[in-house]
Design a protein around this ligand. Structure first.
Ligand code: BGC
Length: 364
């Protein structure tokens, strides 16, 4: 895996609505004010996480509609050729701003550069395109996400009083810069424990394209190689975590081996209530979508807004104006917060056998 992690420019986090307009309409800006604003968004897939279709699409559309700005939100379904074709079609159809969640930095960069050459302004949404040329990067503090996962695993193992736990890593896609950042975060918590001999690391594998089916196969192999002795799973997101849980279930180990996650998927929240998953990381996607939409609408109108923060692209050294939001750790006790925030509904989580577990967890 490549080194040279992304550095977070400043710590200060952007409060919503605090983006300040800087400079006024200059029609020389990419996406400038002489064209009717229209924003294109390309989402990566609908399998690596349910968030893209169930949260990002919805919140972005709501934000554009509320501002009365035309938008076209499409999903590349994990296909890099389709990604490029969608981008070409959007540019031809006259989008003034293009927002992408890249499938990898190489193809992402090609799309960003092409858009730029046609006068279309661009935004990296959630994933930074290394070596790219986007005007903005809008995401969460992804090292902080990983740190919460590492701390979560330590908390669950400590609560369960596991001595010298054997840990397996299920990392995200090697082509997603976020996966590198998540790992940087959880390594910062767990590596000192491996080095001190308090914990042992028995597996460290990346899951190509965050593919949940491959994750189950990989985890099965990890478990076999460790002769069934895995005491904790650092899984980089909920889909991978659920894959590990499905294998643990087959081996009657679910509930005994803490598993981490990310995204607060409905399924993961149920896994947490059932005691099969230790924790997840909730990222308030509405805030991410709102911040990105605000910047995009600004660009579409020829305004460049200050974000007050930059992130250094490790490939080029470029300081990319950024918005990095704060993630939150979710355990059984605060699953209710995700519902209260409107990210998922009580009905989605608390049906059938989960009704009682919800009541027990204070979800009313
Ligand atoms: C996102 C995660 C998501 C993963 C798989 C990452 O880049 O930040 O929220 O679970 O991709 O789609």
């Amino acid at each position: 895996m490549r080194k040279g992690f992304l550095a977070v420019g400043t710590v200060g986090l952007l409060a919503l609505g605090s983006l300040t307009a800087c400079g006024d309409d200059s029609s020389n800006e990419p996406g400038g004010s002489d064209k009717t604003p229209k924003i294109g968004v390309i989402l990566p897939d609908s399998k690596s996480s349910v968030r893209w279709e169930s949260a990002d699409r919805k919140f972005l559309k709501e934000a554009f509609d509320a501002a009365g700005v035309e938008s076209d939100i499409q999903n590349a379904q994990g296909d890099k050729n389709a990604f490029q074709t969608i981008a070409d079609q959007m540019i031809t159809s006259g989008v003034t701003v293009l927002m992408i969640v890249n499938l990898d930095s190489g193809t992402g960069k090609a799309v960003l550069d092409k858009a730029k050459s046609q006068g279309v302004a661009t935004i990296d949404y959630d994933r930074l395109t290394l070596g790219g040329s986007a005007e903005y990067y809008v995401s969460f503090d992804n090292v902080a996400v990983g740190k919460l996962q590492g701390e979560g695993l330590v908390k669950c193992l400590t609560d369960a009083k596991v001595e010298k736990p054997a840990i397996a890593y299920l990392n995200g896609s090697p082509t997603d810069n976020n996966a590198t950042l998540f790992k940087e975060g959880y390594d910062s918590v767990l590596k000192p424990k491996f080095d001190a001999g308090e914990y042992t690391q028995v597996a460290d594998d990346s899951v190509p394209d965050w593919d949940n089916a491959q994750a189950a196969t990989i985890f099965e192999q990890q478990l076999t190689k460790a002769s069934g002795k895995i005491d904790g799973v650092l899984s980089a997101n909920d889909g991978l975590g659920n894959a590990a849980i499905s294998v643990l279930k087959k081996n009657n180990l679910n509930g005994k081996v803490p598993v981490t996650g990310q995204d607060a998927d409905p399924q993961a929240l149920q896994n947490i209530l059932a005691g099969d998953q230790c924790m997840t990381v909730y990222k308030a996607v509405k805030k991410e979508a709102d911040a990105a939409a605000e910047l995009a609408i600004g660009l579409a109108k020829g305004q460049r807004k200050e974000t007050g923060q930059t992130v250094k692209d490790p490939d080029t050294g470029r300081d990319v104006p950024s918005v990095l939001l704060t993630p939150a750790a979710i355990y059984k006790e605060n699953v209710k917060d995700v519902i209260a925030d409107g990210y998922v509904t009580k009905d989605q989580i608390c049906k059938d056998e989960f009704a009682k577990l919800c009541t027990d967890a204070g979800i009313s």
